[in-house]
Structures are given as structure tokens and as C-alpha cells.
Write a protein that binds this ligand. Structure first.
Ligand code: NAI
Ligand code: MG
Length: 489
């Protein structure tokens, strides 16, 4: 996995290799700001080798003849390897992302579940017999799309890789996977076990590098058939444009500004906890973060006060400390970006708590859990994805008012509604324009259920049976059963 110089290498055609240029880049620990590792930096020439390897493996390698059962076995072996190595994977993930170790352990457990789920699903993708006339037999076959380019973000590094890799392999695709440049390490740990799990060379290739020099060549490569991307809306839009020239299939899981709606009749303790958990989990670096907290006016002042009080008790600390509930954000860039939004928020709304660097932390990209209130839904902090521990609290008058504010956003990834009144709660559920809606909870994510966004939050769905659909083509086969000549000429 590492060269003699200790550099983490690229994984291309079943081999660990340096990049052609010999360039490397540093990966950081966001709690100490120190370098954790050096990683080989791929650019267009390396991507071309990786895509060619994936193409050969798809067209002519043993993978082309693999059965659903053989692919299931590989996925189960990867899952059991991940479970066996859960502690070491979680530790590297926590150190590299800054997330609390307890959260990282949950993420890695979910990685194993994703491989198990798609291992099971691999053997359950039937075709269909179509009801055409009696002198023909018409079939629909499900076939893998081909070479899939998988581009992954840094907030849930190995989990977002697994959400793409597992259904792609179950479907029979081959892959070129690009982790985020901030967080490549756990994905390379996984790659160590590919051969042992039975993956033939070239089926999964891992290339590390930056967006423009490593991501763009994957998107533009003519031998790549499909792109699956999770990340910023801005990059998602550029991928759709670049993929247009070769008409690649594209699935996108992008940003959000998800409303978390609290009615006065909701359970009080659960609501305060749910408002904080919804937005501060994983330092707020979550695509589905409940970053717009909509509160009914009857309880609004008390709600803001209670949130602010409880936010002050959130334990900020080192990622490996088991008591930590909030770690540093991922990078200096993200630290500056989040702080710039806090500065904007000071001019747009009132601050209930946080807004600075926590006391006692002189190193690391730590930001206090920050709550703005009296936020107007037209404010920038209510419209733009901040992707950090920053909440905006917005008051509302009525059910209709709550729905109007909730839907007044270009995004549509997630939403939550809290109430004891099932009539009202379900009316609101049906009115929300979002791909995921929670009732009396926020953030639970199940591998069995579809995940993805309405509007500018994305295209397509991951997880569940929906996830594998995105890696399959449908072939119509028409078999003539009549032995008579067609008789046209
Ligand atoms: P990004 O969207 O630039 O990066 C995500 C992935 O895409 C990385 O692997 C990156 O190398 C790659 N990438 C970047 N530019 C690319 C391009 N032109 N073509 C192909 N691949 C490209 O996200 P970034 O810059 O790290 O974070 C900026 C903001 O994006 C965050 O503050 C947050 O708002 C949002 N974001 C959303 C995520 C989500 O889960 N929806 C995850 C990460 C970021
Ligand atoms: Mg970017």
C-alpha cells in the first residue's frame, strides 16, 4: 500500500503504484493541523490507466463472466473484513475527519451493512417477461452499465464510497473510485483486502487527487459510462455539463438546507435534543443537516433559550476521546468558510450561542456550536449551505406558514417534522418537497430505504433497491416464435 518512502500509492489494475508524475500531496489531522500521511497524486495520465484497466476488466476479464453469486461472496467477504478491522478503520476515520470516535464507529458499522445488503441483493435482480403477442417472447434483461466513476466527499469518507461501490459491484460494473483529497486513508485500507476478497485486477481502481486534475478527467473520459457523485451543488452542476458530451449516466447527491420543523404540541425534551442533534451531528458537515430550525411562535422564545442552554453543554474535544460530541471541522478551508458565514450571520440575525472558537483549543479547526435566531428565510445563512456547526432558527405562525418557509429553498434533500398530532404531521409530510422526511426524529439513515434529493439536491437515489437501479441498463429482447417468413417483401 505504501512505497519505500512511506507514500500511500494509487491502486490501479490490482497493483499499488506511484503516480506517473511522482507528485504527492499531504493529508492532515484537523485536530492538530499536522500532516498524517503523504499520498500519490493522480492526474489525467493516471486516470487514463485506471479507466483502461476498468474497461478491460468489464469487457474481457473474469469479471465479465462473474455470476451474481460470486459477486455476492466478494461483498460478504469485504463486509466481514470491515467488521474485523472496525476499530482500526474507525480510528483512522476519526483522526482524519475530526469526527468523534463513537460516530466513526457507527459509520464503519454502516459500511459493513452496506456491503452485506448489496451482497444479498446481488442475487435478487430478476429480469422480466413482457406481455406481448403470442407469437413472440419478449424479455427485459438487467445488465451492468459498464465502467462507473465514483467521486466521493470527505464528511463520511468510507461510507460514501461504500454507498457507491457496493451497488456498482453487485450490479457487475467496474469502477474508478476517487476519494476526497482530504480523506483518502480508509478507502485505501479497504483496497488492501480487495484481492483477498476475490476481486479480479482492474475491477476497482482507486485514484487520489484533486477535483480539477483528478475528478474532471474521470468525468470527461469517453470510456467511463456513468458518474456517481456526492459533494457540492456547484461541482454537481459542472459534472452534468461535462458529462453531456459523452452522455454519461449521472447520479448526484448534493447539498441541502433542510428544514427541521417544531410544532408547539411536540414532546419538549425530544424536540430540543432533536433540533441540536439534527444540525450539530458530525460538526454539521452533513448533507441532510437540519440547518433551518422552524419553530412555532407559541414556543419560540423558550425554544431558542433551551437550545442555547443545552448547546453550551455539548462536549467539544479530541476525536479519539469517547466523551467527545463535537470535533474540529475538516480543514482550514472549511474552517474559514464556516467562520465567514458566522460573520455574515452576525449582520443578518441575532446570536443565541457560540459564534467563536471554543476556549482551551489553541490548535485545530474547532468551532463552537453556533445558533442564530430571528433569522429571515431570505438571509444568506438561511439560503446557503454552510456545512458546519451553525444553526438558523426561524419562527412561524401556522402550519401553512411552516410549509411555505420549509419549501422556499432551491434545495430538497431532507426535512423533519415534530408533533404529537398525526393528522398535522402527515399533512406536512405530504406537502414537503424533499427526498427524505423524518417524523419526530432527524438523521436516522437505513440502508434499506431510498436516499436522495428533490430539486437542486440531486438526481437519482442511493441505497435500497433504488441504489442498484442506478448501475443497471435494461435490454429488451424480442424472440420471434413464428416460423413463417415475415412476408413483407
Ligand atoms: P466538492 O464538491 O468540491 O468535493 C467533493 C468531491 O468532488 C471531492 O472528491 C473533490 O475532489 C471532487 N471534485 C471537486 N471538484 C470537482 C470537479 N470539478 N469535477 C469532479 N470532481 C470534483 O466539495 P468541497 O469543496 O470539499 O466542499 C465545499 C462545500 O461543498 C462544502 O462546504 C459543502 O457545502 C459541500 N459539500 C457537500 C457534501 C454533501 O455531502 N452533500 C459533501 C462535501 C461537500
Ligand atoms: Mg470544492
Amino acid at each position: 500500500m505504501r512505497s519505500a518512502q512511506g507514500v500511500y500509492q494509487l491502486y490501479i489494475d490490482g497493483k499499488w503504484v506511484n503516480s506517473i508524475s511522482g507528485d504527492t500531496f499531504a493529508v492532515y489531522d484537523p485536530a492538530t493541523e499536522e500532516v498524517m500521511a503523504q499520498v500519490a497524486e493522480a492526474s489525467a495520465a493516471d486516470i487514463d490507466l485506471a479507466v483502461q484497466a476498468a474497461r478491460r476488466a468489464f469487457d474481457a476479464g473474469p469479471w465479465a463472466k462473474s455470476t451474481p453469486f460470486s459477486r455476492a461472496h466478494i461483498l460478504f467477504k469485504l463486509a466481514s473484513k470491515v467488521r474485523e478491522q472496525l476499530a482500526s478503520l474507525a480510528e483512522v476515520e476519526a483522526i482524519n475527519t475530526g469526527k468523534p470516535i463513537v460516530e466513526a464507529e457507527g459509520d464503519i458499522d454502516a459500511v459493513a451493512e452496506v456491503f452485506e445488503y448489496y451482497g444479498g441483493l446481488a442475487t435478487k435482480i430478476p429480469g422480466q417477461v413482457n406481455p406481448v403477442s403470442s407469437d413472440a417472447l419478449s424479455l427485459s434483461l438487467r445488465e451492468p452499465i459498464g465502467v462507473a466513476g465514483l467521486i466521493v466527499p470527505w464528511n463520511y469518507p468510507l461510507l460514501m464510497a461504500a454507498w457507491k461501490l457496493a451497488p456498482a459491484l453487485a450490479a457487475g460494473c467496474t469502477c474508478v473510485l476517487k476519494p476526497a483529497e482530504q480523506t483518502p486513508l480508509t478507502t485505501m485500507m479497504l483496497a488492501q483486502w480487495f484481492e483477498e476478497a476475490g476481486l479480479p485486477a482492474g475491477v476497482v481502481n482507486i485514484v487520489n487527487g484533486f477535483g480539477e486534475s483528478c475528478g474532471v478527467p474521470i468525468v470527461e473520459h469517453p470510456s467511463v459510462d456513468k458518474i456517481a457523485f456526492t459533494g457540492s451543488t456547484e461541482v454537481g452542476k459542472s459534472i452534468v455539463k461535462r458529462a453531456a458530451d459523452t452522455l454519461k449516466r449521472v447520479t448526484l447527491e448534493l447539498g441541502g438546507k433542510s428544514p427541521n420543523i417544531f410544532f408547539a404540541d411536540a414532546d419538549w425534551e425530544a424536540s430540543i435534543d432533536g433540533a441540536l442533534f439534527g444540525v450539530f451531528i458530525n460538526q454539521g458537515e452533513v448533507c441532510s443537516a437540519g440547518s433551518r430550525i422552524l419553530v412555532e411562535k407559541k414556543i419560540y422564545s423558550k425554544f431558542v433559550e433551551a437550545m442555547a442552554e443545552k448547546a453550551k453543554t455539548i462536549r467539544i474535544g479530541a476525536p479519539l476521546d469517547r466523551a467527545t460530541k463535537l470535533g474540529p471541522v475538516i480543514s482550514r478551508d472549511q474552517y474559514e468558510r464556516v467562520n465567514s458565514y458566522i460573520a455574515i450571520g452576525r449582520g443578518e440575525a441575532k446570536l443565541a450561542s457560540g459564534g467563536g472558537r471554543p476556549k482551551g483549543f489553541d490548535k485545530g479547526y474547532y468551532i463552537e456550536p453556533t445558533i442564530f435566531y430571528d433569522v429571515d428565510n431570505t438571509a444568506r445563512i438561511a439560503r446557503e449551505e454552510i456545512f458546519g456547526p451553525v444553526a438558523t432558527v426561524i419562527p412561524f405562525d401556522s402550519e401553512a406558514d411552516a410549509i411555505q418557509i420549509a419549501n422556499d429553498t432551491p434545495y430538497g434533500l431532507a426535512a423533519a417534522v415534530w408533533s404529537r398530532d398525526i393528522y398535522k404531521a402527515f399533512r406536512v409530510v405530504k406537502s414537503l418537497r424533499a427526498g427524505i422526511v423524518w417524523v419526530n426524529h432527524m438523521q436516522p439513515t437505513c440502508v434499506e430505504a431510498p436516499w436522495g434529493g428533490y430539486k437542486q439536491s440531486g438526481i437519482g437515489r442511493e441505497l435500497g433497491p433504488w441504489g442498484i437501479e442506478e448501475y443497471l441498463e435494461t435490454k429488451q429482447v424480442h424472440i420471434n416464435l413464428s416460423e413463417k417468413p415475415i412476408g413483407w417483401y
